[in-house]
Ligand binder design. Structure first.
Ligand code: DC
Length: 211
């Protein structure tokens, strides 16, 4: 194959995309980009400036000023960063400002990218597209467990409500809403452990690489 492979991984939060994408990148020897970190870093910049993440001008300025090292910060997760990222992500000019970075990332060597619109908007011609999902109850439970393990215990009902609000914002927005590409392989991980999900994903990617 002359073209470097691009593997697009989309799906809602806490469906297992990140773990899977990282393992696929190692398996196929490709660079990995967690595109959620870009939106998180923009949201964090807006919060730091004391501005409102739903203010299109403030968020667009933050997106245009984003530096790659902003995505290395250790305060990009947690309830405030979660909410701010999904607010800035609903703004079309923020998405436009982050487009070139994502495309350039894969230009030289191909890549595995995970996000919400990789297979639909960023790389509609990706070599392989996976849409990773799981039931809302299972996803909230996974996020809750993750918080416990990090030593920041949270109330399960609150985690579930926050996640539902974010899912709605991500899937009902006008700009690049979360949706599976028509040609994506849909993998429901509700009843799969990480190894089983990985095995299914590798098989799906290999089929597309051969095709
Ligand atoms: O994947 P994540 O939870 O880290 O993403 C943070 C937020 O950014 C999420 O609410 C949706 C948004 N996002 C997006 O709109 N498009 C992407 N490609 C990645 C993330």
């Amino acid at each position: 194959m002359s073209r470097k492979p691009i593997i697009a991984i989309d799906g809602p939060s806490a469906a297992g995309k990140g773990t899977l994408a990282r393992r696929l990148a190692a398996e196929f020897g490709l660079p990995y980009l967690d595109t959620g970190l870009l939106y998180r870093a923009v949201g964090r910049r807006v919060l730091d400036a004391g501005e409102d993440p739903s203010d299109a001008d403030a968020a667009t300025r933050a997106a245009q000023a984003l530096q790659p090292e902003d995505t290395q910060r250790d305060d990009l997760r947690g309830p405030a960063a979660d909410a701010a990222s999904s607010m800035v992500a609903a703004i079309p000019s923020v998405r436009a400002a982050l487009l070139a970075f994502q495309r350039n990332f894969a230009a030289a060597n191909g890549a595995v990218l995970d996000g919400r619109d990789i297979g639909t908007v960023i790389f509609p011609d990706a070599t392989a597209k996976l849409f990773i999902t799981a039931s809302p109850v299972e996803r909230a439970h996974r996020r809750w467990l993750e918080l416990q393990q990090k030593g920041t215990p949270a109330d399960l009902t609150t985690v579930q409500a926050d996640m539902q609000a974010r899912d709605e914002r991500d899937s009902k927005r006008g700009a690049a809403p979360l949706t599976a590409a028509a040609d994506a392989f849909v993998l429901d991980t509700t009843n799969l452990d990480a190894d089983a999900a990985f095995a299914a994903a590798v098989a799906a990617v290999k089929t597309r690489l051969r095709g």
